[in-house]
Every structure is written in structure tokens, then in C-alpha cells.
Design a protein around this ligand. Structure first.
Ligand code: BYC
Length: 318
């Protein structure tokens, strides 16, 4: 294709983005648009799948049958989210095997938040309330992202996340209304998950390498700092309502801004975790690699069965 033809296609593409039209897999798109979507959607898919692990730790120790059923359903939803997202990513011309390989080799990132340990049952509450709460704030704008398959996957994901968030908040509320020990357990979980949840929304805008271009392409509809502010403003009154304290001495209502001022995050910690040196990075990746290797016989059996069925159909047709 000549330079002029490419330029022409780019202009048509930019005009479609400006009109808020969805870009579909077979449409022409700039190579960088395709690559950046593969990066973000696959990281998102990996996060959903790795995100099952910290919660999976508590299925056998849920305090009642009702809690166990809700937790199981939530974790199963995360697997579904991962599968929609891997499928959306595959429409951009990358294979599922390549994506898994990138995760297993440590080449691909996944959300920093899932590299922290889940120490008590209250962590199930804190994850649902804070982590899924932050995820909703991040993902609702993604329902109107420019790439069609990603936007459509996000609609269903957000509906399910909303149940997850309430499930978590309800656990926290119950603990906060319980014995002194239970309330302390809830406060301790909030203390440990608050800052990682804020950092989950990405580096400060000033440090964010992708935001500017991703906003132009309408991949991202809100910046990391805007999402973080929205998360703080939404979550502080919820903590107050259940009598828990946000672990931030600098947290203060700003009348002029009509939102909260809050303290500095520990960005050294964030980058350490992102680079693979968090408390559970090694454990998470080895759990995924192990599951992949141990599941080989299931994949082989499914392929062999599918082949057998296909051969049978061919024979019948003859
Ligand atoms: N963790 O330029 P930036 C869930 C990386 S699943 C690790 O701001 P961008 C759930 C970033 O990738 C929730 N890495 O990037 C599941 C980039 O590095 P690369 C997952 C991070 O993409 C189970 C570099 O830092 N949600 O909710 O414009 C149970 C510079 O950052 C992180 C999604 O994935 C991080 N936290 O913005 C419960 C949502 N933050 O790629 C719940 C979709 C940044 O150049 N993703 N980095 O090597 C997004 O919205 C955006 O990708 C982000 C980052 C806001 C996360």
C-alpha cells in the first residue's frame, strides 16, 4: 500500500473514532491501535484469570454455605470474564496460546493487586468491595471504548462486577457489625487493601505512558487519576457508613473541589510489584503454569474427541 493510501485510511479511521463509531475486527486499523489493544485486553484477561487465585484460597474456608456459594459464583464469573476477553483479543489476530505463553513466561503484565496475599476471611470482603469496586469504576467507561468486541464484553463484565462489589461490601458490613474481633479483622483488611486498590488504577497521569494516545483512540475514556479520584469519593462514605476508617491521615474533604484530597501512594512498592517482586508474584505465576501443564491431558482428550466426532460426520456424509 502506498503512503498516500495509508494516510487516507488513517483519516477515515480517525473520523470514525471522532464520530464514536465502533471499530470491528475486520475493519482497517492502524497497527499501533491493534497492538495497544492486544496489550491492554490481554493484560485485562490475565488479571481476571490470575485474580481467581487469591480468592480461591478461601473457598474451602468460607464461614458458611451461603458465603461459599457466593464466593464460588464470583470466582467462576472471573473465569468467564477472562474467556470473553481472551476471545476479544483473539479477534485482533493473536492466538490464545501466544497470550498464555506471554503470561507464563512473565512477559505479559497483569494487575498488581493480585500479588498480595489473602490472610483472613475479611480479605474476601475487602477484595469484593475495593478491588471489584475499583474495577467497576475503571470498566464502566470501557463499555463505550472504541473497539467493538472489548466494549461488548465489558457490558456483561460490569453487570457481574456489580454483584461482586455488593458481595464484598456485605461481608465487610457483617464483620463491622459483629464482635470486636470481627470488626478488627475488617479494619485490618481495609488497612492492607486500601493503598494497593488505589494503585491498581495505574500510575499517576504524569507518569502514565499510554494514557494520552489511548484517550485519543477512545480506548481509555478516563485517565488514571480521574478514576482514582472517583473511587475515593465513592468509597469513603461507604467506609463511614459501616464504621471503618480509611487508613490515610491526609484524607480530607475539599469543599471547593467537592471531592476528597488524599495521601501519596507508595509508587516504589507499586513498580516493585509490577516488575514481579511483589509478595505473591512467583506463587501466582507458578500456580498458572502448573494448572496449564496439569491440564494438558484434558486439552489433548478434548481435541482427540473433537477429531473423532468430525471424522464420524465426514464418514456419515459419504
Ligand atoms: N498493574 O501508561 P499506563 C478485576 C502498567 S481485573 C500492573 O497508565 P495504561 C478482577 C501498564 O500496563 C482488573 N501493571 O498504562 C479480577 C504499563 O505497562 P506496559 C484489571 C500496570 O494501560 C478478578 C505501565 O504500567 N483491569 O478487576 O494506559 C477478581 C504504564 O501504565 C498497572 C484492567 O485490566 C497495574 N495496576 O493504564 C476481582 C482494566 N497499571 O503495558 C477483580 C483495563 C499500569 O507498557 N486496563 N500498569 O508494559 C486499563 O484500564 C489500563 O490498562 C490501566 C493502566 C488503567 C490498568
Amino acid at each position: 500500500m502506498s503512503e498516500k493510501e495509508v494516510k487516507n485510511l488513517e483519516e477515515i479511521f480517525d473520523a470514525r473514532i471522532a464520530r464514536d463509531e465502533k471499530i470491528e475486527p475486520k475493519d482497517w486499523m492502524p497497527e499501533k491501535y491493534r497492538q495497544t489493544h492486544i496489550r491492554q485486553i490481554s493484560q485485562h484477561a490475565h488479571s481476571e484469570i490470575v485474580g481467581m487465585l487469591p480468592e480461591g484460597n478461601w473457598i474451602t474456608r468460607a464461614p458458611s454455605l451461603k458465603r461459599k456459594v457466593a464466593l464460588l459464583a464470583k470466582i467462576q464469573d472471573e473465569a468467564g470474564h477472562g474467556l470473553y476477553l481472551y476471545s476479544a483479543c483473539e479477534t485482533l489476530g493473536v492466538s490464545r496460546e501466544e497470550l498464555y505463553e506471554q503470561l507464563h513466561s512473565g512477559k505479559a503484565k497483569y494487575s498488581s493487586i493480585f500479588n498480595y496475599p489473602t490472610l483472613t476471611w475479611a480479605d474476601m470482603g475487602a477484595i469484593g468491595w475495593l478491588v471489584d469496586g475499583a474495577a467497576i469504576i475503571n470498566q464502566v467507561p470501557l463499555c463505550s471504548t472504541s473497539f467493538g468486541p472489548y466494549a461488548r464484553a465489558m457490558v456483561r463484565v460490569c453487570k457481574e462486577e456489580s454483584f461482586h462489589q455488593r458481595q464484598g461490601f456485605q461481608i465487610m458490613m457483617t464483620l463491622a457489625e459483629g464482635t470486636l474481633e470481627q470488626k478488627e479483622m475488617a479494619q485490618d483488611a481495609l488497612n492492607r487493601w486500601w493503598w494497593p486498590a488505589l494503585m491498581m488504577l495505574g500510575p499517576l497521569d504524569a507518569e502514565s505512558v499510554h494514557t494520552e494516545q489511548s484517550m485519543k483512540w477512545k480506548l481509555k475514556r478516563k485517565s488514571n487519576d480521574d478514576l482514582r479520584q472517583q473511587f475515593v469519593d465513592q468509597t469513603v462514605p461507604q467506609a463511614e457508613m459501616i464504621g471503618l476508617t480509611i487508613p490515610d491521615p491526609d484524607l480530607k474533604w475539599n469543599e471547593e473541589k467537592q471531592s476528597y484530597d488524599f495521601g501519596e501512594m507508595n509508587w516504589d512498592e507499586f513498580w516493585q510489584v509490577v516488575k514481579g517482586h511483589g509478595p505473591c508474584n512467583k506463587e501466582r505465576i507458578s500456580a498458572r503454569v502448573n494448572a496449564w501443564e496439569k491440564g494438558k491431558w484434558v486439552r489433548d482428550a478434548a481435541m482427540a474427541y473433537a477429531e473423532k466426532q468430525a471424522n464420524k460426520e465426514v464418514k456419515q456424509a459419504i
